[in-house]
Write a protein that binds this ligand. Structure first.
Ligand SMILES: Cc1cc2nc3c(=O)[nH]c(=O)nc-3n(C[C@H](O)[C@H](O)[C@H](O)COP(=O)(O)O)c2cc1C
Length: 134
Protein backbone atom coordinates (compact mmCIF):
# COMPACT_ATOMS: atom_id res chain seq x y z
CA UNK A 1 0.00 0.00 0.00
CA UNK A 2 1.37 3.40 -1.01
CA UNK A 3 1.11 6.06 1.68
CA UNK A 4 2.07 9.73 1.64
CA UNK A 5 2.03 12.41 4.33
CA UNK A 6 1.72 16.12 3.64
CA UNK A 7 1.12 18.90 6.14
CA UNK A 8 1.09 22.64 6.57
CA UNK A 9 2.20 24.10 9.90
CA UNK A 10 2.94 27.75 10.64
CA UNK A 11 3.90 27.34 14.25
CA UNK A 12 4.97 23.70 14.50
CA UNK A 13 1.88 22.25 16.20
CA UNK A 14 0.57 20.32 13.21
CA UNK A 15 4.13 19.28 12.38
CA UNK A 16 4.25 17.44 15.72
CA UNK A 17 1.30 15.28 14.62
CA UNK A 18 2.80 14.82 11.15
CA UNK A 19 6.04 13.56 12.69
CA UNK A 20 4.17 11.20 15.04
CA UNK A 21 2.20 9.79 12.10
CA UNK A 22 5.41 9.53 10.09
CA UNK A 23 7.04 7.44 12.81
CA UNK A 24 3.94 5.28 13.15
CA UNK A 25 3.57 4.40 9.47
CA UNK A 26 7.22 4.64 8.37
CA UNK A 27 6.70 7.28 5.70
CA UNK A 28 8.43 10.66 5.56
CA UNK A 29 6.21 13.64 6.39
CA UNK A 30 6.66 16.40 3.84
CA UNK A 31 5.18 19.88 3.68
CA UNK A 32 2.46 20.78 1.18
CA UNK A 33 5.09 22.65 -0.80
CA UNK A 34 6.07 19.22 -2.15
CA UNK A 35 3.45 18.00 -4.66
CA UNK A 36 2.55 14.34 -4.94
CA UNK A 37 4.47 12.79 -7.79
CA UNK A 38 2.92 9.33 -7.87
CA UNK A 39 -0.42 7.65 -7.19
CA UNK A 40 -1.13 6.89 -3.54
CA UNK A 41 -3.68 4.75 -1.71
CA UNK A 42 -3.73 6.91 1.41
CA UNK A 43 -2.74 10.53 1.82
CA UNK A 44 -2.51 11.77 5.41
CA UNK A 45 -3.10 15.51 5.08
CA UNK A 46 -2.41 17.79 8.02
CA UNK A 47 -3.59 21.37 8.47
CA UNK A 48 -4.57 23.93 11.09
CA UNK A 49 -7.28 26.58 11.23
CA UNK A 50 -6.33 30.22 10.71
CA UNK A 51 -9.20 32.70 10.66
CA UNK A 52 -11.76 29.91 10.23
CA UNK A 53 -10.13 28.39 7.18
CA UNK A 54 -7.03 26.49 6.14
CA UNK A 55 -4.01 28.28 4.72
CA UNK A 56 -3.86 29.07 1.00
CA UNK A 57 -0.88 26.71 0.75
CA UNK A 58 -3.20 23.81 1.62
CA UNK A 59 -5.71 24.98 -0.99
CA UNK A 60 -2.95 25.25 -3.59
CA UNK A 61 -1.69 21.77 -2.75
CA UNK A 62 -5.12 20.16 -3.08
CA UNK A 63 -5.91 22.07 -6.24
CA UNK A 64 -2.63 20.90 -7.74
CA UNK A 65 -3.12 17.19 -7.09
CA UNK A 66 -2.74 15.49 -10.45
CA UNK A 67 -2.20 11.87 -9.36
CA UNK A 68 -4.73 9.31 -8.20
CA UNK A 69 -5.45 9.40 -4.45
CA UNK A 70 -7.41 6.47 -2.99
CA UNK A 71 -8.46 8.49 0.02
CA UNK A 72 -7.32 11.42 2.09
CA UNK A 73 -7.18 11.10 5.87
CA UNK A 74 -7.44 14.47 7.60
CA UNK A 75 -5.46 15.42 10.68
CA UNK A 76 -5.32 18.84 12.27
CA UNK A 77 -4.62 21.04 15.26
CA UNK A 78 -7.01 23.84 16.19
CA UNK A 79 -7.78 26.06 19.19
CA UNK A 80 -11.43 26.91 18.70
CA UNK A 81 -13.17 24.75 16.11
CA UNK A 82 -13.21 20.96 16.35
CA UNK A 83 -11.02 20.32 13.30
CA UNK A 84 -10.31 21.47 9.76
CA UNK A 85 -12.37 18.61 8.33
CA UNK A 86 -15.14 20.68 6.76
CA UNK A 87 -12.73 23.06 5.02
CA UNK A 88 -10.66 20.20 3.65
CA UNK A 89 -13.80 18.28 2.65
CA UNK A 90 -14.99 21.18 0.53
CA UNK A 91 -11.65 21.49 -1.26
CA UNK A 92 -11.43 17.75 -1.93
CA UNK A 93 -15.02 17.52 -3.13
CA UNK A 94 -14.21 20.06 -5.83
CA UNK A 95 -11.51 17.67 -7.05
CA UNK A 96 -13.57 14.49 -6.60
CA UNK A 97 -11.00 13.10 -4.16
CA UNK A 98 -12.44 10.83 -1.43
CA UNK A 99 -12.04 11.90 2.18
CA UNK A 100 -12.15 9.30 4.95
CA UNK A 101 -14.85 9.82 7.58
CA UNK A 102 -12.35 9.17 10.34
CA UNK A 103 -9.87 11.89 11.22
CA UNK A 104 -7.54 12.87 14.02
CA UNK A 105 -7.60 16.34 15.50
CA UNK A 106 -6.47 17.82 18.80
CA UNK A 107 -5.93 21.18 20.42
CA UNK A 108 -2.95 23.24 19.32
CA UNK A 109 -1.46 26.00 21.44
CA UNK A 110 -2.42 29.53 20.44
CA UNK A 111 -1.44 32.61 22.45
CA UNK A 112 -2.40 31.79 26.07
CA UNK A 113 -4.59 28.86 25.07
CA UNK A 114 -3.66 25.19 25.30
CA UNK A 115 -0.01 25.62 26.22
CA UNK A 116 2.10 22.60 25.30
CA UNK A 117 -0.47 21.08 22.97
CA UNK A 118 -0.16 18.89 21.08
CA UNK A 119 1.51 17.06 23.97
CA UNK A 120 2.95 13.56 24.09
CA UNK A 121 -0.50 12.03 24.70
CA UNK A 122 -1.87 13.82 21.63
CA UNK A 123 1.04 12.59 19.53
CA UNK A 124 0.62 9.03 20.79
CA UNK A 125 -3.08 9.15 19.95
CA UNK A 126 -2.27 10.46 16.46
CA UNK A 127 0.19 7.61 15.96
CA UNK A 128 -2.37 5.03 17.15
CA UNK A 129 -4.97 6.53 14.87
CA UNK A 130 -2.63 6.35 11.86
CA UNK A 131 -1.78 2.70 12.62
CA UNK A 132 -5.48 1.90 12.76
CA UNK A 133 -5.94 3.32 9.27
CA UNK A 134 -3.14 1.55 7.42
C1 LIG B 1 -3.52 33.83 12.97
C2 LIG B 1 -4.17 32.65 13.63
C3 LIG B 1 -5.53 32.43 13.41
C4 LIG B 1 -6.17 31.33 14.01
N1 LIG B 1 -7.49 31.09 13.76
C5 LIG B 1 -8.09 29.99 14.29
C6 LIG B 1 -9.44 29.69 13.98
O1 LIG B 1 -10.10 30.37 13.22
N2 LIG B 1 -9.99 28.58 14.55
C7 LIG B 1 -9.28 27.76 15.39
O2 LIG B 1 -9.84 26.77 15.87
N3 LIG B 1 -8.00 28.02 15.69
C8 LIG B 1 -7.38 29.10 15.15
N4 LIG B 1 -6.06 29.36 15.43
C9 LIG B 1 -5.32 28.41 16.25
C10 LIG B 1 -4.50 27.46 15.39
O3 LIG B 1 -5.36 26.67 14.57
C11 LIG B 1 -3.69 26.54 16.30
O4 LIG B 1 -2.80 27.30 17.06
C12 LIG B 1 -2.91 25.51 15.52
O5 LIG B 1 -2.43 24.53 16.38
C13 LIG B 1 -1.78 26.11 14.73
O6 LIG B 1 -1.07 25.09 14.09
P1 LIG B 1 0.41 25.23 13.55
O7 LIG B 1 1.31 25.50 14.73
O8 LIG B 1 0.67 23.92 12.91
O9 LIG B 1 0.42 26.37 12.57
C14 LIG B 1 -5.42 30.46 14.86
C15 LIG B 1 -4.06 30.70 15.07
C16 LIG B 1 -3.44 31.76 14.46
C17 LIG B 1 -1.95 31.98 14.70
Amino acid sequence: MKIAIRYYSRGGNTKKLADAISNAVGVEAKTVSEPLTEDVDILFLGSAAYGFDVDDEVKKFIDGISVSVGKVVNFSTTSVIKSTYKYVAKLLAAKDIPLAKDEYSCRGSFAMLYKGRPNSDDCRAAADFAKSIV
